[in-house]
Design a binder for this molecule. Sequence first.
Ligand code: ADP
Ligand code: MG
Length: 481
Amino acid sequence: MPVQYDAYETVIGLEVHAQLLTMSKLFSGDSASFGGEPNTHISPITLALPGTLPKLNKKAVEYAIKMGLACHCEITGLNYFARKNYFYPDLPKGYQLSQHTTPICKGGYVAIRTEEEKNIPLNRIHLEEDAGKSLHDVDPENTSVDYNRAGVPLIEIVTEPALNSGEEAYAFLTEVRKLLRYLEICDGNMEEGSMRCDANISIRKKGVTTLGTKVEVKNLNSIRNVKKAIEYEAKRMIELVETGENIVQQTRSFDASNGTTFPLRTKEEANDYRYFADPDLTPFVVTEDMLQNIKSMLPALPEERVHHYTQELQLSEYDARVIAEEKDFADYFEQLIQHVNNHKASANWMLGPVKSYLNENNLSINYFPVSAPTIAELISLIDQGKLNFSVASTRILASLIKDPGQSPMEIAGVLNLIQDSDEDNITAWVNEVLFKMPEKVLEYKKGKKGLIGLFVGEVKKASKGKADPKLTNEILLKKLQ
Ligand code: ADP
Ligand code: MG
């Protein structure tokens, strides 16, 4: 009998770790920056040598709260850290400090859009410290350890088991990464490990409301791989159940080379972490003042910008979403429309010539050489009929990119690209063209209205490309009545 995949529903809960972009570590002044010579970002505090005491990094708390506010969470007032005890070579203290029962953010949700919109409920966001790194390829005989990463602040974002497909997980992670970057609290790079994701997956017959036995998949180093792993696992589990086998609770690892997963450990080997409140750290309190202060520092978030662009600026939903994708890109657009009133043309410039240039050169908007006021000037010149879009977005823009100090009109003058929008001049060209093609004019008058394109083209030629096409069109229509 064929496997009835359609009879099942996949249920997924994600655990996302994001490294916070603070200068120093969560409990010490050691540098939290990525890389560096091995074991150079460590002091006795990071190693928790006897006699040292941890001290909480306020910035990390602020960053965690920012993410919580962006995800509509409730912020916890009274917080403490617990020791999660386990032995592993990359953990110099022998325990990890994590917020066990008092996550700094509770509940909340992240809105995603696949075919439909859906709010993915969060269980919590908590603060914890990262572990160091075991290195297996430095010395073939031994494992080496680099503790630079040990103690770097992380937030862990934990969803409810409420996602139902690889595609939803993909959309969720894309959205989370967008928020992290908007808030400038994490660079969101999964390939480099500054954002990591474990996927908890189970299946159940459609209509069943209890949760099935879950499998946790680790070592997912891209958003695409999370989607692939979920799809692979769901299929594997359905096939197991359909052949009468049991699913065992397991931790599995994703093999990116062939898109499959393999077991790492089963539940019986699970650790007993012996959590207890860290006696060296006092509980910390998030006051209403702190919260208000952090709220006032939040930038306008993507959803808010999309709303503003569609409702007040009348952009299409699609344009608004693409512009709001990245904060700096959206900021550039907003700067642009401070200098020119044509919102639609501004959006077209952002999504057309500007974005193409950035994509071709693999640059972010921060490296776009031409300033927003200069692009605004180009847009105004087009609106005044002095330039046409096609030369402005190609030859003039290319010249500005090479030498951003020039003015658009200067370039247009030198390259002889200033458009003629003098009514008398254009009328003369129009008369010349119509006089030369009497049969075509007759055909037009008999109803072949498509010939207007030919006439416009001929006027363009006669004027050596200078005749303002909009005005040309108007004058032609008048003459041909
Ligand atoms: P654990 O104690 O094993 O880490 P948690 O209850 O803390 O488990 O949940 C960890 C993650 O796994 C959460 O994102 C949660 O939504 C998800 N999860 C829990 N049970 C299931 C299940 N049966 N199927 C899918 N996801 C689950
Ligand atoms: Mg877990």
